[in-house]
Design a binder for this molecule. Structure first.
Ligand SMILES: Nc1ncnc2c1ncn2[C@@H]1O[C@H](COP(=O)(O)OP(=O)(O)OP(=O)(O)O)[C@@H](O)[C@H]1O
Length: 313
């Protein structure tokens, strides 16, 4: 596998606040690389630095081995970037937007029409090409934004939380489209705070928190970090505070987390703690309604590493 983008000791400070803390990440040609982390983790700052829209405080970004900090032309020509905020004109039609960006990206005139039709088709908007964007749903606008980033046939596509606040249908459409683009050979950098999306899409994942990459690997490598863990999810009525406190004290329990009435208990793999848990529940007069034992997912890895939930709810 060829290293396509290398971030070395990449750091960004906003006055005293260190938004990205000297991270080292390499993105291989042909992979879907995910940046997963909660809001404020530093994902957008990182991706904006790669897109050359934000100057790093220190460190380097190399594209195909050459630093992009002084000469970003090669990278810019090969990069499609879809920011979190929509960058399209609502009073124009979808086609007019695409025409505008095709000119901006210097797509040769004789190729423009075909290219525009092809990207609008790809995002499922060819039949709506002549409609004004202000009449589009959030998901359609987002898809058009992606189409505009594809006009110059980039080698790398970077998407910053592309599914936030859109309908499930558009979300699935985008996820499938990203997979297809990757199958056709495009390298993808995808940021999200949705664990399921990153699990579904990404070959490798960097988990970010407070500006730092706290873990990096394939999904299996990340969940293997917790190879000594199983997760018990338990619903009970009532759920006593004392119950959680006593469970946390048990020797085979590594952590507990109460969320939406469900108590999650991280236990050493195959530890026989259920009888003790049931006994404590009985002592406290609780009725257990549901118990499930599962192997860890990325969400659990985040909880394990940070002691916090990935999502802010
Ligand atoms: N222009 C800026 N000036 C000052 N602080 C900033 C600026 N941009 C980002 N930050 C701060 O840097 C940190 C990282 O923000 P960033 O947007 O990169 O996080 P994120 O992981 O992309 O989260 P989100 O999904 O909410 O955008 C945050 O604490 C944010 O407040």
């Amino acid at each position: 596998m060829m290293m396509l983008i290398e971030l070395s000791s990449l750091q960004k400070k906003f006055s005293q606040h260190e938004a990205v803390k000297s991270i080292n990440v390499t993105i291989q040609k042909g992979e879907i690389f995910g940046l997963l982390g909660p809001n404020g983790a530093g994902k957008s700052t990182t991706i904006s630095m790669i897109a050359t829209l934000l100057k790093p405080t220190s460190g380097d970004i190399r594209y195909k081995g050459a630093s992009t900090l002084h000469d970003s032309r090669t990278l810019r020509a090969s990069l499609g970037y879809v920011p979190q905020e929509l960058a399209i004109y609502p009073e124009f039609t979808a086609k007019e937007n695409a025409q505008f960006f095709a000119k901006l990206y210097k797509v040769p005139k004789k190729e423009r029409q075909e290219r525009i039709d092809s990207v609008l088709y790809k995002v499922g908007l060819l039949d709506r090409a002549s409609e004004k964007v202000e009449r589009f749903s959030g998901g359609m606008k987002r898809r058009l934004n992606i189409a505009c980033a594809l006009l110059h046939k980039p080698d790398v596509l970077m998407l910053d939380e592309p599914t936030v606040g859109i309908d499930p249908q558009s979300r699935n459409y985008i996820l499938e489209m990203v997979k297809d683009l990757n199958t056709e050979g495009m390298t993808i950098l995808y940021t999200s705070h949705y664990m399921e999306e990153v699990e579904f899409l990404c070959d490798r994942i960097a988990i970010m928190d407070h500006g730092d990459v706290i873990a990096l690997g394939t999904r299996e490598e990340l969940t293997d970090m917790m190879e000594h863990q199983d997760i018990i999810s338990m619903e009970a009525a009532p759920m006593h505070e004392e119950f959680q406190a006593r469970i946390t004290e048990l020797p085979d329990v590594s952590y507990t987390e109460l969320h939406n009435g469900i108590l999650q208990i991280g236990i050493h793999k195959q530890a026989d703690v259920l009888p003790e848990i049931f006994t404590i529940a009985k002592e406290l007069g609780m009725r257990i309604r549901n118990v499930e034992v599962t192997t860890p997912r990325l969400e659990d890895v985040f909880l394990y590493l940070t002691g916090r939930k990935l999502r802010d709810e």
